[in-house]
Design a protein around this ligand. Structure first.
Ligand code: B1M
Length: 214
């Protein structure tokens, strides 16, 4: 089989087929890292199409499920082979805000791109972000807010992180419908992304893996 068929199935949101093809690729002797890179490439394509408005949220969610089906096959092999995740990210919707669809989408895209993700859920208080960053040695704190009334919490998290002396080790990124690049800068966030696929690019950039051209 050609590895490209995995990318095609992922783009088409064919959950069962991605699972079968992932198994087949391994059975045919492809290395776990090669198959993982193929899945990640497929999800990158999905992200690019989403960014260009060629596909929409339902398609992204189905492709993300297909990605998980492939990752589930690889997971035991990945743990055994010792391939480390790109970085650890904790993500949550900030205190006062119960919206989670966008946050879940961002978390899925992070996982699909090879990050280890701890999802703190919704209505997440400042200290919960800080505790996760400290105890779980996170590289990135990712915060989502859909409400103008809750977006100020992001600033408190960033201030608290700095107070704790973690401002250099842990990067912060923010997003959500009312959030802008300008707002992100004003509260001292390290990064802002307007959608789930740019969130992956931004996270890669923050850990020094990939620089944006612009
Ligand atoms: Co609410 N709601 N809602 N709501 N809701 C909005 C956000 C609102 C804009 C609707 C409106 O009035 N036009 C408005 C906010 C106004 C404001 O503050 N500016 C609003 C309001 C007022 C409220 C309530 C206060 C209503 C009430 O009770 N009176 C209430 C608040 C409850 C609370 O949170 N405390 C409320 C409740 C709800 C529901 C529970 C009914 C439901 C949420 C269900 C759920 O999430 N499980 C809901 C919904 C569905 C919406 C709308 C319709 C859709 C939000 C959504 O899921 N979009 C929304 C109106 C709208 O946006 N059109 C609205 C799809 C999602 C994929 O997009 O979340 O933007 P989004 O995520 C995007 C990007 O923003 C970005 O990537 C995602 C994918 O591209 N992104 C990040 C998100 N997080 C990111 C993090 C990143 C990077 C990118 O890095 C870390």
């Amino acid at each position: 089989m050609k590895l490209e068929s995995i990318i095609e199935a992922l783009n088409n949101g064919e959950i069962g087929r991605v699972s079968e093809l992932t198994k087949q690729a391994l059975d045919e002797g492809n290395g776990v890292k090669t198959v993982l890179d193929t899945l990640i490439k497929g999800m990158d394509d999905v992200g690019a199409k989403f960014r260009e408005n060629e596909i929409f949220i339902p398609e992204v969610l189905i492709s993300a499920k297909a990605m998980h089906a492939g990752l589930n096959i690889l997971e035991p092999l990945l743990s055994a082979s010792g391939i480390r995740p790109l970085a650890k990210v904790c993500i949550g919707t900030v205190k006062g805000d119960l919206h989670d669809i966008g946050k879940n989408l961002v978390a899925m895209m992070f996982r699909g791109a090879g990050f280890e993700v701890m999802d703190l859920g919704i209505d997440v208080p400042v200290e919960k972000f800080i505790d996760a960053a400290k105890q779980e040695e996170m590289n990135i704190i990712a915060m989502s807010s859909l409400l103008t009334t809750s977006m100020g919490v992001m600033k408190h998290v960033i201030e608290r992180l700095k107070e704790q002396g973690l401002g250099n080790r842990v990067k912060t990124m923010v997003g959500g419908a009312p959030i802008t690049d300008e707002f992100a800068r004003s509260i001292g966030a390290d990064g802002y992304a307007k959608d789930a696929s740019s969130a992956v690019e931004k996270a890669r950039e923050l850990i020094g893996l990939h620089k944006k051209n612009k």
